[in-house]
Design a protein around this ligand. Structure first.
Ligand code: PEP
Ligand code: MG
Length: 617
């Protein structure tokens, strides 16, 4: 074993100021929810962290200030960390930020399809697809004052609201981030003052709202209104949305996120907004609650509309539908509901193509929680366990690793664990990789594990101890030459021998993400038990375009990548899967299944729909 490794020791608190450049890679930009999560993370450290962009330096604890920088996809900023362990904190926050960007799912704008109704229609923009048929109800709120309540100060009401939002943000619900974002707004400097009167508080809210008007963050205005409402509630002033008990379509200027939560619990059939935005938190909630909803550019004239249609699939609103229109819309609504619930309801059913081929849809996961989520979404196994996330904050002990692997292994029969894939854009605060000019072409993946042998051996030992005789596949990342694989496997065998563990049920394979492997498949076939194609890195190396590059982009479904997949499957006899993002892109599913791929590993939420897609191939 090499003594000369860049050993896993924490850096001594010597560097006081560390500045790192980070780039926004999410197509949504650096928007409120990731900012709030970032700020919340910064708070955990006792150091001064600032963000420098556009000739401004703002505190990384102030959500509105970061928001006001308006950082978009492709923009970069400097993260300045000042204090003890600056290096460690900077490295941790940089990783956290990159993961935030990766996890920030693109907000899809729904595509509309044609529909022919007899009556004239108002055309709108679709927020959430679906069809609703019901009477139109206008937005009305009633104010109620609870004078029996013990009076509290505005400061106390703000603190109670922050506690309430913190509680809401802890829920497992995927929308909990919205509440964290609201809590962070309320924790910012502008609200950290002793408001002498309610008017004073309302003025502050209004002045923050004024700053957002006519900017790309206009959609955040409703979050400020929501906060105002939440604080007032603690002061005994409630605004109650008046809603019917029977099915209805709601017409409003805009909605607050809390109001969407409220209407979702009623017999709501649809929502029409005269002034909303597609990216607001209310719109996100309308989508996640599957409430057919649209934004219109004109106003709906006053009047009684006893039965209207909101067809958010075609983008039509029909105020005076004919009987035929109503029949057509109701039929469509029934069909959509059936389709929506069908793929989720079918998620555990076998995935068999029309020609009778059984396809496995596996999940890409990072830890115990995401493995549990994969189970919930109907994964047939784990096709890629990215173990680096277990290591990201601090080095886990051997026992912590064993516990995590064991819990994950118990969930599925088919499991592929990838050993640490550090280097390139992924670093660990406690591993010192010397600065390289081209880190993506440097000490990455298996190359680092072979240098950091102590760490590598400990990870292998943890996997062996956790497997308990179960068949587990161990996959090495970034292998480019046969010798790397052979060396890694030899180390694994020596760990097993040293600890007297039977590993006859462990298979060893590699990711195909470096082009050299494609040209040497015959050689690798003699060594490995299996492969998984990592199209994310493979695309980067095929085109020589860094995967996080802010301006240079490659389409992940490029014909070049598709041809590479074809060459791979035609030139190997070993079991093979795809675990890069391409595996979940339904536009190419037929093509890759037809080539012969029978194992696709994707993010959990894509599984039900992908399975349904495959069943029709
Ligand atoms: C890949 O490169 O396609 C892959 C799945 O690995 P990662 O994205 O973790 O590098
Ligand atoms: Mg990769």
């Amino acid at each position: 074993m090499k003594q000369m490794n860049f050993i896993t020791k924490l850096l001594k608190p010597k560097q006081k100021i560390i500045t790192t450049t980070l780039t926004i890679t999410s197509s949504n930009g650096f928007h409120l929810r990731p900012i709030a999560k970032f700020v919340n993370e910064v708070k955990k450290f006792d150091v001064k962290v600032t963000i420098i962009a556009l000739n401004q330096e703002v505190s990384a604890l102030q959500v509105p200030k970061i928001l006001s920088l308006g950082l978009d996809k492709g923009d970069s900023f400097k993260l300045k960390v000042d204090g003890e362990k600056a290096q460690e904190v900077s490295s941790y926050l940089s990783n956290f930020f990159k993961k935030l960007m990766e996890d920030d799912t693109k907000i899809e704008i729904a595509k509309q399809e044609e529909e022919s109704y007899q009556s004239s229609t108002i055309i709108g923009h679709t927020i959430a697809k679906g069809v609703g048929v019901a009477p139109l109800v206008r937005y009305r709120v009633k104010m109620s004052i609870d004078s029996s309540r013990e009076s509290i100060s505005i400061r106390d009401a703000i603190n109670l609201t922050k506690d309430e939002l913190l509680e809401l943000s802890k829920s497992k619900d995927k929308n909990s981030e919205i509440f964290l974002a609201q809590k962070e707004i309320l924790s910012s400097e502008v609200f950290n003052q002793d408001f002498q009167s309610l008017d004073n508080f309302k003025l502050t809210i209004n002045s923050e709202i004024e700053k957002l008007k006519d900017t790309k963050f206009e959609s955040r205005i409703s979050d400020y209104r929501d906060l105002e409402k939440r604080v007032l509630k603690h002061l005994g002033i409630k605004y109650i949305l008046e809603l019917p008990d029977t099915p209805y379509i709601l017409l409003a200027d805009d909605l607050l996120p809390s109001e969407v939560e409220q209407i979702a619990k009623t017999s709501i059939e649809g929502v029409i907004l005269e002034n909303g935005t597609l990216m607001s938190h209310a719109s996100i909630l309308l989508r996640s609650n599957n409430i057919p909803s649209m934004i219109i550019e004109s106003k709906i004239e006053d009047g009684i509309y006893s039965y209207i249609i909101v067809d958010a699939n075609s983008g039509d609103i029909i105020l005076n539908p004919t009987d035929r229109d109503i029949r057509r819309a109701k039929e469509k609504k029934r069909r959509i509901k059936m389709e929506q619930s069908k793929s989720y309801a079918n998620r555990f059913a076998p995935t068999i193509t029309l020609s009778g081929r059984k396809i496995k849809v596996l999940a890409n996961v990072t830890d115990v929680n995401s493995a549990k989520e994969a189970k919930e979404y109907g994964a047939d196994g784990i096709g890629l366990l990215r173990t680096e996330f277990l290591f990201s904050r601090k080095k886990p002990t051997l026992d912590e690793q064993i516990r995590a692997y064991r819990e994950i292994f118990e969930l599925f029969d088919d499991i592929t664990v990838r050993t640490l894939d550090i280097g390139g854009d992924k670093s660990l605060p406690y591993i010192n990789i010397p600065k390289e000019n081209n880190p993506f072409l440097g000490v990455r993946g298996i190359r680092l594990s072979l240098q950091e042998e102590i760490l590598f051996r400990e990870q292998l030992l943890a996997i062996f101890k956790a497997h308990g005789g179960k068949r587990v596949k161990i996959m090495f990342p970034m292998v480019s030459q046969k010798e790397e694989f052979k060396k890694a496997k030899e180390i694994a065998q020596s760990v097993a021998k040293e600890h007297n563990i039977d590993i006859s049920n462990i298979l060893f394979g590699i990711m195909i993400e470096v082009p050299s492997v494609i040209l040497a498949l015959r050689v690798f076939d003699k060594e490995v038990d299996f492969y998984s194609v990592g199209t994310n890195d493979l695309t980067q190396y095929l085109f020589a375009i860094e995967r996080t590059h802010p301006t240079l982009k490659v389409d992940i479904t490029s014909p070049v990548v598709i041809s590479a997949l074809k060459i791979i499957i035609d030139n190997t006899t070993k079991p093979i899967s795809i675990c890069g993002e391409l595996a979940g892109v339904e536009e190419v599913t037929k093509e890759i299944i037809d080539m012969g791929y029978s194992n696709l590993s994707v993010s959990s939420k894509l599984i039900p729909s992908l399975k349904d897609k495959i069943r029709l191939i």
